[in-house]
Design a binder for this molecule. Structure first.
Ligand code: GRG
Length: 303
């Protein structure tokens, strides 16, 4: 059971450290390099997926799965699959055709360490493997649950979610968006995968509708708070803290929550969203304390 992953009294830092170790071990196992020439794409996938990151999405999966006593192996497989999708999105986002970024997670980006074609393939490999993992019989005994996981991830990562949001983001480089359009963009680009991470435990547990709705409400507010924190870090953070170039949004002339609201109002909005996110968890009483802590961590983070 997921209960045994960390003690009830674990702080968010302890739970995050445990999550990182466990998820890295699962990804390491899933991405074992084969002997053939295709080993190069595995090497690039490992380079990006195992690079040091917060593992926020896996932490959300494990914390939500724990609410329902989901089997540890199922939760870890799903958490690893989501982290692989996240790693794919970062690889493709950094490509010259998109953000053209040289630094990610404190290291040269995948296309710099390898080459552009290999980076495209590494992203493709991670995305497709995530679905292979979710639909593997080993992940959950019930085929309907596996099907629902794959369908929900497809919606979150695809054109109705992350890919669609990224498309709008690219358009935002040449077209000014208002706050409503930016909110929708961010909800799709980063919020959808965060929402799936929070709901995955409920899907695995076949949890009742009202509990899933509560988690969705939490995730919705958390996703926007996360994005505002990211925008604030782009203005106030340093490359040493974030492991990626800062000031990129302003340099690209992109409207963000911070450019529209200003630093103070954006910070206040992020705090308000966290309070709202936490309020959605009342139904779970003290069992959701870790998710409450994660919400606070998301807006106070410096990385
Ligand atoms: C290429 C389809 C496609 C999508 C890319 C997620 C994304 C869409 C782009 C990433 C660009 C970016 C910096 C978005 C802001 C929010 C975000 C996803 C930050 C990175 O996530 P963290 O902070 O990173 O969780 P770590 O490295 O800690 O995992």
């Amino acid at each position: 059971m997921t209960e045994s992953l960390w003690p009830d009294s674990a702080s968010v830092d302890e739970a995050a450290a445990t999550t990182a170790n466990l998820i890295n071990a699962v990804i390491d196992r899933l991405l074992r390099e084969p002997p053939g020439l295709e080993a190069r794409v595995y090497e690039a996938m490992r380079y990006s997926a195992l690079a040091p990151g917060k593992r926020l999405r896996p932490l959300l999966v494990l914390a939500s799965a724990r609410l329902f006593g989901v089997a540890r192996h199922s939760a870890l497989q799903v958490a690893a699959a989501i982290e692989m999708v996240h790693a794919y999105s970062l690889i493709h986002d950094d490509l010259p055709a998109m953000d053209n970024s040289d630094l990610r997670r404190g290291r040269p980006t995948c296309h710099k360490a390898f080459d552009e074609a290999t980076a495209v393939l590494a992203g493709d490999g991670l995305l497709t493997m995530a679905f292979e993992v979710l639909t593997h019989a080993d992940t959950h005994g019930d085929p309907a649950v596996r099907c629902e996981l794959a369908s929900a991830l497809g919606q979150a990562a695809g054109c109705a979610g992350m890919v669609g949001g990224q498309m709008i983001d690219l358009i935002a480089e040449t077209q000014t968006l208002d706050i409503g359009a930016i909110t929708r963009l961010q909800r799709m680009k980063t919020g959808a995968l965060i929402a799936f991470s929070c709901e995955a435990g409920a899907i695995l547990a076949k949890a009742p509708h009202e509990l899933r709705t509560a988690l969705r409400g939490y995730a919705h507010d958390l996703g926007l708070a996360f994005q505002i924190a990211d925008d604030l870090l782009d203005v106030e953070g340093s490359t040493a803290e974030t492991g990626k170039p800062v000031g990129a949004d302003a340099a690209a002339g992109k409207a963000t929550f911070v450019s529209i609201l200003g630093v103070e109002r954006a910070r206040a909005q992020a705090r308000l969203l966290v309070d709202q996110a936490v309020a959605h968890l009342d139904l779970f009483e003290q069992r959701a304390d870790l998710l409450r802590q994660v919400a606070r961590f998301v807006v106070n983070r410096r990385t």
